[in-house]
Design a protein around this ligand. Structure first.
Ligand code: GLY
Length: 359
C-alpha cells in the first residue's frame, strides 16, 4: 500500500521516512532522510546480488560501499551526456565486469544520471535490478521515482526510453547540503507544483517531510497509472509552459525554475478559463514565491514562440493542452484556445533583462 511511514531510526536518532510505491511484485520502497545512503548494502543483500556496478557522479567519499564486489564508474551528469552511446558504453562495462541478471546496478547522481543508468539497467540482459541514489532535490522529488528512464536525441529530450522500476530509491538528504543554492531552489519547482496536484500545503515543513509528501503523492499516482495513460499527466502540472520555457531559453532557465513559472501561468490560465477564482490564482503566485522560485517570464522570449513550443507538448494531441486546476481539482484540459493562452502570456510580468531569473 502506498503511504508514508516513519522508518527505522537513523544513527543520530532521527527517523527516516519510507514510502512504498505499490506496483505489486514490482513495488519498492523510497527511503528518505539523512544518512540513508548507508543502507545500500542491506538493500543489495535483500536483492541477493553478488556483484554491483556503481555509476556515481559523486566522489568516493559520498558514494556508499555496496557491500559486494563492485565496479565503480564515474557518471557523466548533464543533459548532453544523456545519449544512447553512453548507455552502450555502460552496458559494455557491465558485460566486461561479468554482471549477471541477478546482480545489481546502482546510480548515484542527479536526474540525468538516474535516467541514463536506469535505461542501461533496463536494456542490459533485458533488465537487471537497479537502485537509485538521487543526489539533487529535483531527482529525489521526481526523476528517480516512478520508473521513467530515457536518453535524448538531437531531435528532442527523452525520446528513447523505457519504464523500468528501481528495486529501491535512497533519497539521502545529506547530499542536498552540498548543492549550490540555485540548484537546491530549482528542486523546489517540483515541490511547489505538488501543492496543486493533491499533496496539500507543504510550506513550513522540513525538507525531508516535503520530499516525503511529494514522493508519496507521486507514488499514489504512479501506482494507479504507471504508463502515463491519464492520471500521471497530473505530475506535469506547470510543465507544458515549463518545457517551452526551457527550450526557448536554450535551457538557461532550469527545469524547476521553468516549472515554477509554468505553475504561475497555469493558475492564471485556469482563472482566465473560469475554472478557478482570483484567490486561487493568487495562491499559485504565493506558493511559487514562497519557495524562492522565479515567477516572471524571462526576457527575450516571445508569446508566439511559447505558443508554438506548447503545441509540441506530448499531451497536445487535440489542440493546446494544459494540466489545470478546477472545481474538481487538477486535470488535463485539451483544446485550450491559442488566443486565450497568448492573452494570458501577454499579461504576465516579464523580466526586463537577461541573466539569472528574478525571484
Ligand atoms: N516526471 C513526470 C513523471 O514521472 O511522470
Amino acid at each position: 500500500m502506498t503511504g508514508v511511514a516513519q522508518g527505522a531510526a537513523a544513527a543520530d536518532g532521527s527517523s527516516w521516512h519510507t514510502i512504498e510505491v505499490d506496483l505489486g511484485e514490482r513495488g519498492y520502497p523510497v527511503r528518505i532522510g539523512a544518512g540513508v545512503r548507508h543502507t545500500l548494502p542491506e538493500v543489495i543483500a535483500r536483492i541477493g546480488a553478488r556483484k554491483a556496478v556503481v555509476v556515481s557522479a559523486r566522489p568516493g567519499a559520498w558514494t556508499p560501499d555496496p557491500g559486494v564486489e563492485a565496479l565503480h564508474i564515474a557518471a557523466r551528469d548533464g543533459e548532453r551526456h544523456k545519449t544512447l552511446a553512453w548507455v552502450e558504453e555502460l552496458c559494455v562495462c557491465f558485460a566486461q565486469f561479468g554482471l549477471t541478471r541477478s546482480d545489481v546496478v546502482v546510480s548515484c547522481g542527479g536526474g540525468t544520471t538516474t535516467d541514463a543508468v536506469g535505461l542501461a539497467a533496463a536494456l542490459y540482459h533485458r533488465g537487471v535490478p537497479v537502485v537509485h541514489l538521487p543526489t539533487s532535490l529535483l531527482a529525489q522529488v521526481d526523476a528517480s521515482v516512478g520508473g521513467k528512464t530515457a536518453v535524448n536525441l538531437p531531435q528532442g529530450k527523452n525520446l528513447i526510453g523505457a519504464y523500468w522500476q528501481p528495486r529501491a530509491v535512497l533519497c539521502d538528504t545529506d547530499y542536498l547540503t552540498t548543492l549550490p543554492q540555485r540548484e537546491r531552489i530549482n528542486g523546489y519547482g517540483e515541490i511547489a507544483r505538488c501543492h496543486f496536484i493533491g499533496a496539500g500545503d507543504l510550506r513550513g515543513l522540513g525538507t525531508a517531510e516535503q520530499i516525503a509528501a511529494s514522493v508519496a503523492r507521486k507514488a499514489q499516482i504512479v501506482s494507479l497509472d504507471e504508463r502515463d495513460a491519464g492520471l500521471r499527466h497530473l505530475l506535469n502540472y506547470g510543465h507544458t509552459l515549463g518545457h517551452a520555457l526551457e527550450r526557448a531559453t536554450d535551457f538557461a532557465l532550469r527545469h524547476g525554475e521553468a516549472v515554477a513559472v509554468g505553475t504561475v501561468f497555469a493558475g492564471r490560465l485556469a482563472g482566465a478559463l473560469g475554472r478557478i477564482g482570483p484567490e486561487r490564482v493568487a495562491e499559485h503566485l504565493d506558493v511559487v514565491r514562497h519557495y524562492g522560485l522565479p515567477t516572471e517570464l524571462p526576457a527575450g522570449v516571445s508569446t508566439g514562440e511559447l505558443v508554438a513550443l506548447a503545441r509540441l507538448d506530448k499531451k497536445a494531441t487535440r489542440g493546446l493542452a494544459f494540466v489545470l486546476d478546477g472545481p474538481a481539482g487538477a486535470e488535463l484540459v485539451s483544446g485550450v484556445p491559442a488566443e486565450t493562452v497568448a492573452a494570458v502570456l501577454d499579461a504576465m510580468p516579464r523580466r526586463a533583462t537577461a541573466g539569472a531569473p528574478a525571484r
